[in-house]
Every structure is written in structure tokens, then in C-alpha cells.
Design a protein around this ligand. Structure first.
Ligand code: NDP
Length: 377
């Protein structure tokens, strides 16, 4: 604590702490798009821990979670992460800044951040955990271990299209799915929902690692999917998609970006008794904690997950949930794959900083073909 205080005292003399306000898009309550408010007077981020860095935001990527959080999704769990001792009054998260992806430039480093990792002026990218203030602002403060050097071959707008979906895909495919560069060669992977942020990134990463990739998408997206490297494309709008899928050779892993009724048939597409996994990103975890409170919500979640996992284990396949996790070191690895030319940013539409409400609406309307990005500076 003394060290942190010392760090703060030293920082008091630095440039950023003399700035106290910045432009940002904030929300002051949960609701529909009209709760978004532009202000020139948002609080300037402060380095509270010596391992933190302040990043000047050049571009901010949007994700479906921004729309959900605008409406209050996950509020109970996020409040617990921000304030575990419940010292603050309810509503203390406001004014809340959305935006989970950032590409920008390091403006200031805490005292514990070794200059070999980051120094002022470095171009960086990061996926911002949902319990922290986001990137729809001129500056954002992050832990150094959430940040990574941005790929050199990408512009800031392109770079802001990748971190959150990449960290999610990494958590699901690598940490939960056990995939890595040197074990994908003979694997057959099915991605349910290939056209959104997670899908367009995952296809490219899996192809870079040599997997055979099948995707489902709308009819009008086949060219996009093939262009990103998909080996086999199945149109889900032509009738029950499980019918053509079940005629194919079985899979080693299914990544589900769609959810809903997919769970009732997707596990039957896996090779039984050889470690094959179904991993869904559409989980009831945050809804449960919002609805039931933290303790009961987590209990309910645990029971649901365990019941499903056990049920499928008896059929020789694994049922798992995939979750976003902030991961600077994973972004370092991804940065290398991007700079090797094996992963491109798939940017569908770019909005200016004054058009944040339009950008949010674009994400809210769905049917993504890659990512929506806001150019901040
Ligand atoms: P996007 O909104 O970017 O993409 C969703 C895509 O799915 C769209 O392109 C949509 O296009 C397509 N789609 C919709 N319905 C179907 C269908 N039945 N079959 C195939 N494709 C379909 O979302 P993301 O890629 O960012 O995220 C994917 C999912 O994962 C979301 O539900 C998101 O909430 C969740 N997620 C969960 C995380 C976690 O921590 N658990 C983290 C990140 C994401 P079209 O409608 O035109 O077909």
C-alpha cells in the first residue's frame, strides 16, 4: 500500500495527472441507445497501481457485449468485480464508459512497468475487461498484463477489430479446447456462426494452425467465409442446418457462437470417445447472476454446467463453456501471426467518434460481417 501511495505521489507530478478531464461517450443509467451521452468532462483515468499504463485511444472496437452492457447485462457480476467489499453505493459505476477493444499509444507507465515491456509512445492493443472503464474515450487505464504491442502491419482501426474476439477465441479454443499451433494439423473443427467477430477471427487462426474448418453462415456470406480460408461452408438459412452437418465426417471440436437450440444437436456431430469437445460462448452465467444475485447465480450456473457436462460425458463427448478472459501474452502470440500475414482484420464498418450511437446501433442490428470500429483520434 505504501508503495502504491508513493507511486501515486510521484505520478502527481506527471503530465497525465495534471489533466483531469477528457472527452468520452458515457452512460448514466442502463437502457436503449438514447442513454449514450457525449461529454468533454469525463474523469481522466488515474494510475492506481504501479503495474498500470494509460493508453491514448486511437480506435475502439465494438462487440455485442457493449450493447448488452448498455442495457444492464452483467451489472451484478461487474459490481462485484469493481467493488468486492460493497463499499460503494449502487450506481457507483456511472458514468460508465463502454468499448472493449482498444488500439492506441502508451501515454504513461506505472512505476512497476519495466521499460523493456512498455514505454511511452509504444503502439499497443488490448481487450478491456468488462468491469473496467472502456475505450469509447480519449484515454483508458489498463494493467500492463492486459496490453500487448500492436501488430506493425495493421492500422489502429484494423487493430481495434481484433483483441476482444481474439482473447475470447483464445480462451475457448486454446485454454478450454486444448488447441495449439502444433496439434491442429489433423483436426476437424466446426464453427457455428462464422461471420461475426469471433467467427471471422477463429477461422483464420485455425487455418493458420493447419486445421480443417467447416463453418455455418447465411447464404450471402459464403464468399467471405471462403476468402478467410474456410474449407467447407454450410448455409444455415436453407433449412435445419443439422441435417447437412450430420452428413459430414464427425468433428474434433465445435465452437458455438450461436447458442439457443444448437446445443440439442451439435454434440452429436462430435467424434465420440476421443476427447472431442463442444464449446459454447453463449452461456447463462451473467444472466443468472443478474437474476439471482451473485451467490445463488453462481450456484445455479455451477449446477447447470455440471449437469450438462456429466450428461454428455456419458456419451463420450465433452461439454464446455467458453469465456472471454483478458490476456496480453496471448495477444503477443496473435500479433506475430498477424504480422506473418496469416490473420487479417475483418472491418465491416468504421464510424467517427461523433457517430458512436450509430456504431452501437449497427452492432445492435446484428448480421455482422466482421467488426464495427470507431475511429477515436
Ligand atoms: P457477432 O454479432 O459479431 O456475430 C454473430 C454472427 O452470427 C453474425 O454474423 C450473424 O450473422 C451470425 N448468425 C446469427 N444466427 C446464426 C445462425 N443461426 N447460424 C450461423 N450464424 C448465425 O458476435 P461475436 O462473434 O462477437 O460473438 C458471437 C457470440 O458469442 C455472441 O452471442 C456473443 O454474445 C458471444 N460471446 C461470448 C463471450 C463470452 O465470454 N462467453 C465473449 C464474446 C462473445 P447473420 O445473422 O447474418 O447470419
Amino acid at each position: 500500500e505504501t508503495f502504491v501511495n508513493k507511486a501515486q505521489t510521484r505520478l502527481f507530478n506527471s503530465s497525465s495527472s495534471r489533466m483531469t478531464i477528457m472527452p468520452a461517450w458515457v452512460i448514466d443509467r442502463y437502457g436503449s441507445n438514447d442513454v449514450l451521452r457525449f461529454t468533454k468532462n469525463a474523469g481522466f483515468p488515474i494510475i492506481n497501481y504501479p503495474n498500470e499504463v494509460i493508453v491514448k485511444v486511437h480506435a475502439a472496437g465494438l462487440n455485442p457485449i457493449d450493447v448488452s452492457m448498455r442495457g444492464g447485462y452483467g451489472a451484478a457480476s461487474m459490481a462485484m468485480k469493481r467493488d468486492p467489499l460493497k463499499l460503494m453505493q449502487s450506481g457507483s459505476e456511472f458514468p460508465l464508459i463502454l468499448g472493449r477493444d482498444v488500439s492506441g499509444v502508451i501515454m504513461e507507465c506505472g512505476l512497476d512497468v519495466p521499460p523493456v515491456y512498455f514505454k511511452e509512445g509504444d503502439e499497443v492493443w488490448a481487450a478491456i475487461p468488462p468491469w473496467k472503464q472502456g475505450s469509447l474515450a480519449e484515454f483508458v487505464v489498463l494493467s500492463a498484463n492486459e496490453v500487448s504491442k500492436k501488430p506493425k502491419c495493421l492500422s489502429h482501426v484494423e487493430a481495434a477489430a481484433i483483441p476482444y474476439v481474439a482473447a475470447t477465441a483464445w480462451s475457448a479454443l486454446v485454454n478450454t479446447g486444448g488447441l495449439k499451433m502444433d496439434n491442429c494439423g489433423k483436426k476437424r473443427i466446426l464453427i457455428l456462426g462464422g461471420t461475426g467477430g469471433v467467427g471471422t477471427f477463429s477461422i483464420q487462426m485455425l487455418k493458420a494452425w493447419g486445421a480443417h474448418v467447416t463453418v455455418t453462415c447465411s447464404q450471402n456470406a459464403e464468399r467471405l467465409m471462403r476468402g478467410l480460408g474456410a474449407d467447407h461452408v454450410v448455409n444455415y438459412t436453407a433449412g435445419p442446418v443439422e441435417v447437412p452437418l450430420s452428413a459430414l465426417e464427425k468433428f474434433d471440436l465445435v465452437l458455438d457462437n450461436v447458442g439457443g437450440s444448437t446445443e440439442s444437436w451439435a454434440l452429436d456431430l462430435l467424434k465420440p470417445w476421443c476427447g472431442a469437445k463442444y464449446i459454447t460462448l453463449v452461456t447463462p452465467f451473467l444472466q443468472n447472476t443478474d437474476r439471482l444475485g451473485l451467490a445463488d447465480g453462481m450456484l445455479q450456473t455451477g449446477v447447470t454446467l455440471a449437469t450438462k457436462a456429466l450428461k454428455h460425458l456419458s456419451k463420450g463427448v465433452h461439454y464446455r463453456w467458453g469465456m472471454f478472459a483478458p490476456n496480453g501474452p496471448a495477444l503477443d502470440d496473435i500479433s506475430e501471426i498477424v504480422d506473418a500475414g496469416k490473420i487479417n482484420a475483418v472491418v465491416e464498418e468504421v464510424f467517427s467518434f461523433s457517430q458512436v450511437p450509430q456504431a452501437m446501433l449497427k452492432v445492435e442490428n446484428g448480421h455482422a460481417r466482421g467488426k464495427t470500429v470507431v475511429k477515436v483520434t
